[in-house]
Design a binder for this molecule. Structure first.
Ligand code: SF4
Length: 540
């Protein structure tokens, strides 16, 4: 194997999502103001910024207002300001309209495609001189004990002359004095970091996650106005499970529709994609989609544990921001504005530390202090017990508890503490027969493989595996009897098949990270594939 190339930088940001781009824009703004020329680069695993970005999404503009005060004059990709909002509890055939819970009010917010918003932000960052490197996936950290010194890129099956040759070209080492990890939910580098620095999660709640599946539909003209917002609870999820749906009206008679489910569920045969298809057969939803056509699909996990599950945000040479830091407010179903805010604060802390010539843990502590006195912390504090309520009680009781929490400024009823330490993959129970799937008619209800096609996913076949099952024998020797091989159900892209042995279809992987989170033995490591591999989301 040939020598690794080295790229020395002052600061490397991993992930060109909203957090990474906000960090870069803030860093660049301070450099310009002070006349410094620190070397900064943003690495992105996708084929372009936004290619792996997926969300509902209704955006609170607060983060953008701070990052780019003139953002409205820069032709932002807004679909529509939020108009009418409705909230329903669904039974199998009926919809009961309820008042919209106050944290979910969206006055002043706008509907957008996160994928397009990210591309737009990246364009502004590049205009301002930020170097963004798409197809540069970080495989591991360059660490010296708890000190992070940069990122090692994925070994590539493509030779320097561009040929595929059956052996691997070593990935370069990107060395940096500060590494800002914005590698998204369950980022492989953040996972490696938090395992190597146990003090960063000490005394915190175990991280909690949800997974969401989403389709984009072209609907009948006029059937669902742009800016209209619906959220539902209930069907097809039983009341013991945490989850719900969204339907957002976009421009051009398109509708964003999705179902989210907490990953702390027990039934090992639970299949979110299957239940999402069932959801669309409800008369309320079918009435919106009838005569339309599904044009896009995607899936993603969400770090929904809230403030009490967020790790320490800084350490020796490293900072965490955005979904990698768990800055999502599940009570509001929002995280993009928090990603932007945490990114900005991380970018500023990295810049100040470099200016002071000290990138030690002590020096980077300023980021945690800035976060704790920011509006982002204040907002997350008001919903700090939201997820715990749904862990302790079934949906109706949890909703009452959450209502009381909001009157008490976020304080929990009978509890206000960090008290759940069980990772979500421990919640699975014994195998049971799977729920029957609805008939897939290819119009309203769509099978997984067809939906994967709608995600534009593509991976080069000739590459090192990006789904590493560390002990495949366990799948047969224990998992079949103990859990019935839940990977074949929880993966929303039909990557895992089981028929006496495990068979993987990694080319289908939409990078949602559910397998890395929910596999009951914690033996699946999702790592970055070669650059550009994965979904190619557009308008999601
Ligand atoms: Fe998600 Fe894992 Fe399936 Fe990929 S293989 S789509 S990360 S569950």
């Amino acid at each position: 194997m040939s020598e690794r190339d080295e790229l020395p930088l002052d600061c490397v940001i991993v992930g060109a999502g909203p957090a990474g781009l906000a960090a870069a824009l803030k860093f660049q703004e301070l450099s310009r103001t002070d006349g410094d020329d620190f070397e900064l680069a943003v690495l992105e695993k996708g084929s372009a910024p936004g290619a792996h970005s997926l969300s509902g999404a209704v955006v609170d503009p607060r983060g953008l207002d701070e990052l780019l005060p003139d953002w409205k004059d820069r032709d932002p990709p807004i679909e529509a300001p939020v108009g009418r909002e409705r909230f329903y509890s669904l039974s199998e055939r009926r919809a009961y309209r309820l008042p919209v819970p106050p944290p979910m009010h969206n006055k002043g917010n706008f509907v957008c495609s996160l994928n397009r918003l990210t591309g737009w932000l990246a364009g502004i960052a590049e205009e301002r001189g930020v170097e963004i490197f798409p197809e540069f996936p970080g495989r591991s950290l360059l660490r010296d004990g708890e000190r992070v010194n940069g990122v090692r890129l994925v070994d590539s099956g493509v030779s320097k002359s561009g040929e595929r040759k059956g052996s691997y070209e070593p990935g370069a080492d990107v060395r940096a004095k500060v590494t800002i990890l914005c590698d998204g939910v369950r980022g492989n580098l953040t996972k490696e970091l938090l395992r190597g620095v146990p003090s960063a999660t000490e005394g915190r709640n175990a991280a909690d996650y949800e997974t969401g599946v989403k389709e984009l539909w072209k609907v009948r003209p006029g059937s669902f106005p742009a800016g209209e917002v619906i959220h539902t609870l209930g069907f097809p999820l039983p009341s013991s499970l945490y989850g719900g749906s969204w339907i957002y009206g976009m421009g051009g008679d398109r509708v964003s529709i999705g179902l989210v489910m907490g990953l702390d569920y027990e039934d090992p045969t639970f299949d979110l994609h299957r239940e999402f298809q069932r959801f669309k057969t409800h008369p309320l939803i079918a009435g919106i989609l009838e005569g339309g056509e599904c044009v896009r699909y995607g899936a993603k996990a969400i770090p929904g544990g809230g403030l009490y599950a967020m790790p320490r945000l800084y350490g020796d040479g490293w900072l965490l921001a955005g979904d990698a830091a768990g800055s999502v407010n599940m009570a509001r179903l929002k995280g993009i504005h928090l990603s932007i805010k945490t990114g900005m604060m991380a970018g500023e802390a990295a810049y100040r530390a470099l200016q002071a010539g000290d990138t030690s843990e002590e020096s980077l502590r300023s980021y945690q202090s800035a976060f704790e006195s920011s509006w982002a912390h204040e907002e997350l504090s008001k919903t700090r017990n939201f997820r715990t309520a749904f862990k302790k009680w079934s949906r109706p009781r949890a909703m009452i508890a959450v209502g009381i929490q909001s009157l008490l400024g976020g304080r929990g009823v009978f509890y206000d503490r960090l008290d759940h330490t069980e990772p979500v993959h421990k919640s699975l129970g014994a195998p049971r027969p799977p729920r029957e799937a609805p008939a897939f008619d290819g119009k309203l209800t769509i099978d997984k493989l067809t939906d994967v096609y709608h995600s534009g996913t593509n991976h080069e076949e000739d590459q090192l595996p990006h789904l590493v099952v560390r002990d495949p024998d366990l799948c047969v020797s224990r998992c079949t009897a103990e859990y019935g091989n839940p990977c074949q159900y929880f993966c929303p892209a039909a990557v895992y098949e089981f028929d006496e042995a495990l068979k993987l279809n990694p080319a289908n992987c939409v990078h949602c990270k559910t397998c890395d989170i929910k596999d009951p033995y914690g033996i699946i490591d999702w790592v970055t594939p070669e650059g550009g591999g994965g979904p190619n989301y557009t308008d999601l």
